[in-house]
Write a protein that binds this ligand. Structure first.
Ligand SMILES: C[S@@+](CC[C@H](N)C(=O)[O-])C[C@H]1O[C@@H](n2cnc3c(N)ncnc32)[C@H](O)[C@@H]1O
Length: 467
């Protein structure tokens, strides 16, 4: 039987739950309400109902929350990013901190001290150093666009923007994004206008026809700028566009292109061609330089990354005779950040090219006491590996969202370093892993960090000490 949607009137939003969803209680159900913030009283349309919970959409705000603010982005509500823009920043921080505590209380089985107050991001806009846009031959139309079409007006339907949430084939054309400083918007608009004027085919995301696929803009804290154009072919039209970009934006220090004829958008396995300038850009963090290639991962909020790593460094409290392991090292940023204080640092990471970058980063900073190994953590971090490379005195671990493999946790328990610093972007999986680690460790400190304002994401650093 088809579910019949219904409205709950005067529903009070009492919390922000997992993934930033606004939470209310009604008739014994937990109701997750899209488009609402804590403190709102709303009429909500329930579109899905299960035994214990329901999903709803805000139909009308009856009384706005005192914490509601006007979103600054005109794409708010359609674009998948920055979903918390309508919530006051101090409240965003409050709920991020709460997210850590709730996860630890509900999913963890351990004692823990009160987390230190979350470190706010100094920049709430313009904080991202990398944005990736997608070309589409037929963009997602707004209500205004559809009205204009109905009135017989001609509108431009080609676009360059972001994917609509969970739609691989739908892209919202972006006119202004507040996540990256200028000239990011100017560049994207200029590229789009030039491509339209010169009739360069935008890709059709369904049948994979068309020439232009993606535009990636990276800006470093040293003032350098890398632009990568992804197309299905390298021809006169692409050359014309690259020439135009190079001419109009002399501030670009690295202009590259990639030919991607695959069905998916991943380009890290493809060849990057330098059209103008260098084939990398430089980042600086503290007193370290980092060489960032077009395929290299680098934390997207550079300023907060420095604060995050500084917390990790303070918690790790490395001294000259310590052997440190940096698990999930990426391009070795944390490893290099700690190396000058340590006897040696061993970094392990899945992606081989990242390990190559990590080695280069040690080299350019004249750091000689790091070693990097590529491979799956659960396979690399074995008793033999530890015997060969030295017992770790301190381990820093920064796994992906799904946390650590149980075998990795077992190895850590066996190796029993005196301190473990656990950096996580997902407090739920962190709570799961900490439950295992607290067999032999006490949790001494917890420091949440906000890397991504206006999203529900929270980064969390935990210091564990051997019992
Ligand atoms: C959250 S990032 C941390 C990166 C790094 N610490 C930094 O701050 O730049 C997680 C890293 O784990 C790596 N990774 C994911 N699964 C892995 C696995 N099974 N074994 C080893 N590394 C893995 C990813 O490639 C990614 O670089």
């Amino acid at each position: 039987m088809k579910f019949k949607q219904y409205i709950i009137e005067n529903l009070e939003i009492i919390d922000a739950g997992a993934e930033g969803k606004a939470v209310a209680k009604h008739d014994g159900l937990t109701v997750f309400v899209e488009g609402a913030v804590p403190g709102d009283i709303v009429d909500a349309l329930v579109f899905k109902k299960k035994k214990n919970y329901a999903n709803a959409r805000c139909q009308r705000i009856v009384t706005p929350s005192p914490y509601r603010v006007e979103p600054c982005c005109k794409h708010f509500g359609t674009c998948g990013g920055c979903k918390w823009q309508m919530l006051d920043y101090q409240q965003q921080l409050f709920y991020k901190q709460k997210q850590v505590i709730d996860n630890f209380q509900h999913l963890g089985h351990f004692d823990f001290p009160a987390p230190q107050p979350i470190l706010a991001s100094e920049k709430q806009y313009g904080y991202r150093n990398k944005l990736e846009y997608t070309f589409t031959h037929q963009r997602w139309l707004s209500i205004e666009d559809m009205q204009a079409q109905q009135e017989g007006k001609e509108i431009e339907i080609r676009g360059l923007g972001f994917h609509v949430p969970s739609r691989f084939d739908k892209v919202l054309g972006i006119n202004e994004c507040h996540l990256q400083p200028e000239p990011s918007n100017r560049l994207r608009r200029a590229v789009q206008d030039f491509a339209i004027q010169h009739d360069i085919p935008f890709q059709n995301l369904r049948n994979h026809e068309g020439l232009l696929r993606n535009l990636i803009i990276r800006m470093s804290s040293t003032g350098e700028m890398m632009v990568i154009l992804v197309a299905t072919d390298y021809n006169e039209q692409v050359i014309g566009l690259l020439d135009f970009i190079a001419e109009q934006f002399p501030e670009i220090t690295s202009l590259q292109y990639v030919i991607n004829q695959k069905l998916n958008d991943s380009i890290s396995d493809l060849e990057f061609h330098t059209y103008k300038g260098k084939d990398f850009m430089m980042e600086r963090m503290g007193d370290l330089d980092f060489k960032v290639g077009p395929a290299s991962f680098y934390q997207t909020n550079s300023q907060q990354a420095y604060r995050l790593y500084s917390v990790a460094k303070e918690f790790a409290a490395v001294s000259a005779d310590d052997v440190v392991y940096d698990l999930y090292t990426g391009t070795g940023t944390i490893a290099n950040f700690l190396a000058r204080d340590a006897k040696k640092v061993v970094g392990i990471e899945y992606v081989e090219s990242a390990i190559e970058d990590a080695k280069v980063n040690s080299e350019i900073n004249h750091i000689e006491n790091t070693e990097f190994y590529a491979g799956d953590m659960a396979k690399v971090l074995t008793a033999d590996f530890i015997r060969m490379h030295g017992m770790p005195d301190i381990v820093v671990t920064d796994p992906p969202r799904n946390g650590m493999h149980p075998d990795v946790v077992d190895q850590l328990l066996l190796a029993s370093p005196k301190r473990i610093v656990y950096v996580s972007c997902n407090p739920a999986t962190q709570a799961r892993d900490l439950t295992l680690l607290t067999e032999r460790y006490n949790i001494l400190k917890i420091q949440p960090v906000d890397m991504f304002p206006h999203t529900q994401h929270v980064e969390n650093v935990v210091l564990l000490e051997l019992k």
